[in-house]
Write a protein that binds this ligand. Structure first.
Ligand code: GLY
Length: 362
């Protein structure tokens, strides 16, 4: 019997559970989650055949009256309105009804796109996520943010759509590269830095195991602790009207880095890693973090093989300009989430340009 842990998430629009474990999907019953008999699977074409077979057999076990799937190449270009429309046309052709369940199987691009389709098809059908990257397991699959990119900007079109359930199975991480694992750790580190000193110490200890045999049971626990932090925040502020913004720690820098590199350089998790270090430097410059605390942030980022320097094509002036551009797009002020000591955050605005530029020089 596989160990399956459960975390309940209660947000104003819905209650759902996140299930955690290692290689548990095949011993899990889909009926526990949804009564839907019409299931549409959306999956990333880059996943190994063995993982796809596993998910299809998990779905077939629930004896759906209708089961169809769609494979797409998950990349930023395909995370678009056009792909969403193609999927919706297929759902219409296949006569999927309002009682359908969409199952997403892939990384953050797949969960965002599938969640978006589920939020608009017939004004909304159920969606369940089975994330296959560490980043999607600890971040994208939780909290109901869904969306696609506009022609030039990320996630400009979307909706909040809470899932029916999330299945977090560390089995699927076994085919992930070290680089993509590191990208996921950056969001776990973020949760520790903004909220949980015990998790920070755990990460500092757990990091020693990296590169040796990774213990997926420990990892499932680590993911659960991290997800609990995200769940606690989104339960209080589902639509990012207040404290959900804390989850953007390091992201003002990260989005600017990704955009300066035209999304072809550091991946999102890596950009968040170095972005958190810049945000920690800003916290130090604003006298909210000691040099010792800043060094602790740097050490943990380094330990998880995330970058601690900006790429050479990311000159501070370019980053500042990209931040300003992002601010204009979203029609808000240039805001930074900074640390007020480790494990605590605050939001600051009107930061002088010289301090921002200095924070990028890490
Ligand atoms: N990734 C940040 C959030 O879900 O709000």
């Amino acid at each position: 019997m596989k160990t399956i842990k459960q975390l309940k998430v209660s947000s104003p629009s819905s209650n759902y559970s996140i299930y955690f474990g290692d290689n548990f999907v095949n011993s899990f019953s889909l009926k526990k989650i949804s009564n839907s008999k019409e299931i549409f699977l959306i999956f990333d074409s880059k996943l190994p055949d063995s993982s796809i077979r596993k998910i299809k057999s998990f779905i077939r076990k629930s004896k759906p009256s209708k089961f169809e799937s769609l494979k797409f190449t998950a990349n930023e270009k395909n995370k678009s309105i056009e792909t969403s429309q193609k999927i919706i046309e297929k759902l219409i052709d296949l006569k999927f009804s309002r009682n359908s369940l969409i199952v997403s199987f892939g990384g953050g691009i797949t969960t965002d796109l599938s969640g978006f389709v589920a939020s608009i098809y017939l004004r909304g059908v159920e969606v369940m996520h089975i994330p296959t990257t560490l980043l999607a397991q600890v971040d994208a699959s939780i909290g109901g943010k869904t969306g696609v990119n506009s022609k030039n900007f990320k996630n400009m079109i979307g909706a909040f759509k809470q899932p029916k359930a999330v299945l977090i199975d560390t089995y699927f991480l076994k085919s992930l590269s070290k680089r993509h694992m590191a990208a996921g750790y950056s969001e776990i580190i973020k949760h520790a830095l903004i909220d949980d000193m015990r998790l920070l110490s755990k990460l500092e200890r757990f990091g020693r195991k990296l590169g040796k045999r990774t213990d997926y049971i420990d990892l499932a626990d680590l993911i659960k602790i991290s997800s609990k932090i995200k769940a606690k925040i989104v339960e209080q502020d589902e639509e990012e009207k207040s404290i959900r913004a804390h989850l953007n720690f390091g992201h003002t820098y990260a989005h600017a880095i990704e955009s300066v590199q035209s999304f072809k350089g550091l991946n999102h998790g890596e950009a968040v890693g170095v972005g958190m270090l810049c945000a920690a430097k800003l916290s130090f410059l604003l006298k909210k973090l000691t040099v010792k605390e800043f060094n602790r942030v740097k050490c943990v980022i380094k330990k998880y093989k995330l970058p601690t320097k900006l790429p050479s094509n990311c000159e501070p002036q370019k980053i500042l300009k990209a931040m300003e551009m992002d601010k204009k797009n979203k029609n808000n002020n240039l805001r930074f989430i900074i640390l007020n000591g480790l494990g605590k955050v605050e939001i600051v605005e009107n930061v002088p340009d010289d301090k921002i530029l200095n924070s990028i020089k890490i």
